[in-house]
Design a protein around this ligand. Structure first.
Ligand code: DAT
Ligand code: MG
Length: 140
């Protein structure tokens, strides 16, 4: 499998509870390398641009408000099959369905406040990485 990069976001529910280090450790333990990382505060408008694909969903307003409710840590993870591996480490969107040991099983509070985002495909990963980082900020 090829070396890939994927975009991860540690969401406001997790940064508020001081879980940034514990979540980052899960990525590293899975063999993913953190090649870029920054803590930022999104506006609701920026969160809406990032999640534009969900603009028609009934939960869009709630989602963008939540993503702007506190700091997030955006990271680029690199490794063999990084996109799928990160999704595996994250667990299912709804923590009630997430496999034991996954980030969402251990830390997520609800389907809406579920601690992490991860890109779901190569084209989305490229677009999402470019949304937050310039090439100079990615240090492999
Ligand atoms: P994922 O984050 O696992 O890729 P997604 O892309 O389907 O899941 O949805 C993006 C985010 O939107 C998700 O992490 C939390 C929120 N969300 C999804 N389904 C929801 C629902 N039924 N109610 C409230 N928020 C939801
Ligand atoms: Mg998604």
């Amino acid at each position: 499998m090829a070396t890939e990069r994927t975009l991860s976001i540690i969401k406001p529910d997790a940064t508020k509870r001081n879980l940034t280090g514990k979540i980052a450790a899960k990525f590293e333990e899975a063999g993913l390398r953190i090649v870029a990382s920054k803590r930022i505060l999104l506006t609701k408008e920026q969160a809406g641009k990032f999640y534009a694909v969900h603009a028609e969903r009934p939960f869009f307003g709630e989602l963008t408000e939540f993503m702007a409710s506190g700091p997030v840590v955006v990271q680029v993870l690199e490794g063999e099959g990084a996109i799928a591996k990160n999704r595996e480490v994250m667990g299912a969107t709804n923590p009630a369905d997430a496999a034991p040991g996954t980030i969402r099983a251990e830390f997520a509070e609800s389907v809406g406040e579920n601690s992490v985002h991860g890109s779901d495909a190569p084209d989305a990963a490229a677009e999402e990485i470019a949304f937050f980082f310039s090439g100079l900020e990615l240090v492999g």
